[in-house]
Design a protein around this ligand. Sequence first.
Ligand code: FES
Length: 150
Amino acid sequence: MNTENQVEKINRLEFLKKMGLSGASLMAVYCGVTMSSCKNEDNTTPANTGKTVTYDITTVKNGDLKNKGGFFVDTANNIVIANTSDNGYVAVTLVCTHAQNKNIVYSTNKFACTVHGATFDNTGRNLTVAPSPLTTYKVTQAGNILTVTL
Ligand code: FES
């Protein structure tokens, strides 16, 4: 994205705010102009690099991972890891494939994005809103330690 284009988008957003639009109505108008305006260019899905990240499910920080339906959001690595009822532990990117916002959570046996409501099954397959699946990562478990391989 070039700087001139970025300046144009900022000015458009400021213009809409000055028109008295706010919240959902502002985003509906702003995003309706061009979906690329809703994308956060800084959000990137971790590439399949072979890097590993470990989580001890006995720590308070990762404690929700012990229970079925629990999940943990690792913002440092852009990963969401969930304890699913049918697939065991599943790790996906935190970055939604709809508009690249980092808002994936795990709820009622599926991954979901809190921005525009995209949903994904326990394999990362897109169910609603998003045009493509979430990137998934291999998870292995040794005792209380989970290892996610990017
Ligand atoms: S960014 Fe739109 S649903 Fe996730």
